[in-house]
Design a protein around this ligand. Structure first.
Ligand code: PM9
Length: 459
């Protein structure tokens, strides 16, 4: 007899709830105007379902909260640091750990340590904070992700892959000694949470070894990437997520981590290294910017929560429910005919604003406008991932990314399937009234990472 397909369900039950507030359309209109049509500037109290980000918004487990009570808040040598160090060594296989208050602090350190002025950093699509730190260190990011990643409709199963021909062209043009390192992200955020295949990682390692080029792994969502490898790549169906995660990390030399995502905590991150020399320099640097090398800007209790969160993040039932919940929303929107990035990624569903609002030029900020319209409709908060996020190039001109997206990011262990249904209904409502959506003009633009604080007015 053929085996019935088994549904996934959340591998937890709810012990405590946080009440959320529903607003009227008039209240949302006022709130949006006050926020300059930027969802980052909305007050949380004015948001109904918050899909701005999966960063620091996860629900911690009772085990993690119990761990918080075991915080050893000694200035130096906190017991929790050693628990975190052991978790990083055991689950990821990196030798040395420098804790940081969040991911971008680790990006700052590795950029300052490994990038010289005039260097280039090839990588699989830019990420906002990562590229900024590379530029502040005097480097230039070069995108070497496969072309399929820039096409929302392409169904390539590993749209996060690096195009080795593109990388070879960068090596030929600049020479290996001008390449600071390859910036490799797993579950590529700006591409829509798209994974990298293990084969691509192996090939990349072989190629970089030939030239003595290092690989820095942005492992912020490595467990989600591992889930896709298990599901889609030949030879991995029977391997555990733990083993797949370790194998991924084994092909890289260093890692930056925002523990606020995969690792299920509200704050924290780290730099992980394999070479002692860089570790010593990073350990010295962290005392300048973050705090002593055994806490790096974190409380002992925060490090304990991360250590426990790492173990939970690679549990099979957890990662399956996490990624499949995102797929549930994504597939629903596909069925409703709403243009989204396909295949559905690991941490969110990305609406294709270029396709939804073809009457707006990219200078009229279609994704920003769509995110504002969605909030107005239902109080669902999303994030622009298009021309505003892409910022300006070194000559001060706007970058125009091919992908102009609105990200519906799903926090881990926070919302139910019913919330996903409400989100889908609201997206459909906005989609059906898309002709009425007008563009925006930017009336305030901060110097760095403009998407966080820019203000807009309706055209
Ligand atoms: N990502 C996100 O919402 C936080 C706000 S947007 C900058 O997706 C990657 C792949 C990330 C990331 C943050 C960071 C920075 C590095 N790499 O926010 O500094 O997705 O902990 O991490 C956000 P921190």
């Amino acid at each position: 007899m053929e085996q019935r397909k088994k549904s996934w369900a959340e591998p937890f039950k709810i012990k405590m709830v946080e009440l959320i507030h529903m607003t009227t359309r008039e209240e949302r209109e006022a709130a949006l105007k006050e926020a300059g049509y930027n969802t980052f500037l909305l007050k949380s109290k004015d948001v109904y379902i918050d899909l701005l980000t999966d960063s620091g918004t996860s629900a911690m487990s009772d085990r993690q909260w119990a761990g918080m009570m075991m915080g050893d808040e000694a200035y130096a040598g906190s017991e929790n640091f050693y628990h975190l160090e052991a978790a990083v060594q055991n689950y990821y296989g990196y030798k040395y750990l420098v804790p940081t208050h969040q991911g971008r602090a680790a990006e700052h350190m590795i950029s300052q340590l490994w990038i010289k002025k005039g260097d280039v950093i090839p990588g699989n699509m830019y990420f906002t904070t990562t590229r900024l730190h590379q530029e502040l260190a005097g480097g230039t990011f070069i995108d070497v992700i496969i072309d399929e990643a820039h096409d929302p409709d392409d169904l390539h199963p590993f749209k996060g892959n690096i195009d080795l021909n593109k990388l070879q062209a960068v090596i030929d043009k600049y020479g290996a000694d001008k390449i600071a390192y390859v910036a490799l992200a797993t579950a590529v955020n700006m591409a829509g949470g798209q994974p990298v295949s293990m084969q691509n990682l192996k090939d990349l390692r072989e190629m970089t070894n030939k030239y003595g080029i290092k690989i820095v792994h942005d492992m912020t969502r490595v467990a989600e990437n591992a889930y896709f490898i298990k599901k889609r790549e030949e030879g991995y169906a029977d391997k555990s997520i733990v083993d797949i995660v370790r194998e991924i990390c084994s092909y890289t030399d260093a890692a930056t981590m925002s523990a606020k995502k995969d690792a299920l905590v509200n704050i924290g991150g780290f730099l992980a290294l394999n070479d002692w020399d860089t570790f010593e320099r990073a350990r010295n640097m962290v005392v300048v910017y973050e705090g002593l090398h055994t806490y790096g800007g974190l409380a002992g209790r925060d490090m304990e929560a991360i250590a426990i969160g790492i173990t939970e993040s690679v549990e099979e039932n957890h990662i399956r429910a996490r990624v499949e919940q995102v797929a549930y929303l994504g597939n629903k929107l596909v069925e409703l005919g709403v243009p989204v990035v396909k295949p559905i990624g690991g941490h969110g569903v990305f609406l294709d604003a270029k396709k939804i609002l073809p009457h707006l030029t990219q200078d009229q900020f279609p994704a920003q406008s769509l995110a504002a319209a969605l909030y107005l409709d239902s109080g669902v908060r999303s994030m622009e991932r298009g021309v505003v996020s892409a910022g300006r190039n070194k000559e001060g001109k706007n970058n125009y990314p091919k992908l102009e997206l609105v990200r519906l990011t799903i926090p881990r262990r926070v919302y139910t399937q019913a919330h996903m249904d409400v989100v889908a209904e609201s997206v459909l409502e906005v989609y059906e009234n898309r002709e009425k959506i007008t563009g925006l003009k930017m009336v305030y633009e901060p110097e760095y990472l403009r998407f966080f604080q820019a203000r807009f007015e309706v055209l």
